[in-house]
Design a protein around this ligand. Structure first.
Ligand SMILES: [Zn+2]
Length: 211
């Protein structure tokens, strides 16, 4: 499976493909969108493009309830340059939460299954809460998605105070425009997180954010 995941040339802050700007010697590669409008993430690392064969693979993992695939997918995430270091330095590894209703329907949180198999840093699935279910994001552009996910996340009140000054790794299975991850990261940032790295399995190109 690993042979299907060639190294990606991607923006260090949002993991968007950087085909035109790729320079092997360049120490820092930041896309135009992130230069103009930096988001709440300090870094974002993705294992694969959200494309064949990974779209099918993620659908099997998530919708056909095959959490056993998490170890393989997490292995590919761990192999991305920068991920091991981010995990080593993390005070907490935080999976993106599902709303309780969605969790009951699916039976597992795919991001938690990935996060706990990354194998380093304390995985904390109780810090970040999804307090509002949102309509499906498919078909919405980035601006619409940002409105759609506003207020969708909150921190567990008893734990919120412990986030100040912490380095966090935020884990998700798929990042599309980043609106959902950014909404979650905003909450963590407001609670005082000092550094947030998102580690995602697959990154989709977003037509309105690709430079
Ligand atoms: Zn970027």
């Amino acid at each position: 499976m690993a042979r299907h995941a060639p190294p990606r040339s991607a923006c260090l802050r949002c993991a968007a493909d950087l085909p035109a700007l790729a320079e092997p010697a360049a120490p820092v590669a930041i896309c135009g969108a992130c230069r103009v409008r930096p988001g709440p993430l300090d870094a974002c690392l993705a294992a694969v493009d959200y494309a064949w064969p990974w779209v099918d693979c993620i659908a099997q993992f998530k919708y056909r309830s095959q959490p056993g695939m998490a170890a393989t997918l997490a292995g590919l995430m761990r192999a991305v340059p920068g991920v091991a270091g981010a995990l080593r330095q993390a005070d907490r590894v935080v999976p993106m939460p599902l709303a309780p209703q969605r969790l009951r329907e699916r039976g597992f949180n795919q991001s938690h299954e990935l996060a706990r198999r990354l194998g380093a840093g304390p995985c904390d699935p109780l810090l970040l809460l999804r307090v509002r279910e949102t309509p499906p994001q498919a078909g919405l552009n980035r601006a619409q998605r940002l409105v759609n996910v506003r207020g969708a996340f909150a921190l567990e009140p008893e734990q919120a105070g412990s986030v100040r000054g912490q380095r966090l790794v935020l884990v998700d299975d798929v990042m599309t425009t980043g609106a959902t991850l950014h909404a979650a990261a905003d909450e963590l940032r407001q609670a005082g997180a000092s550094h947030i790295t998102a580690v995602v399995f697959a990154r989709a190109p977003a037509p309105d954010t690709v430079p």
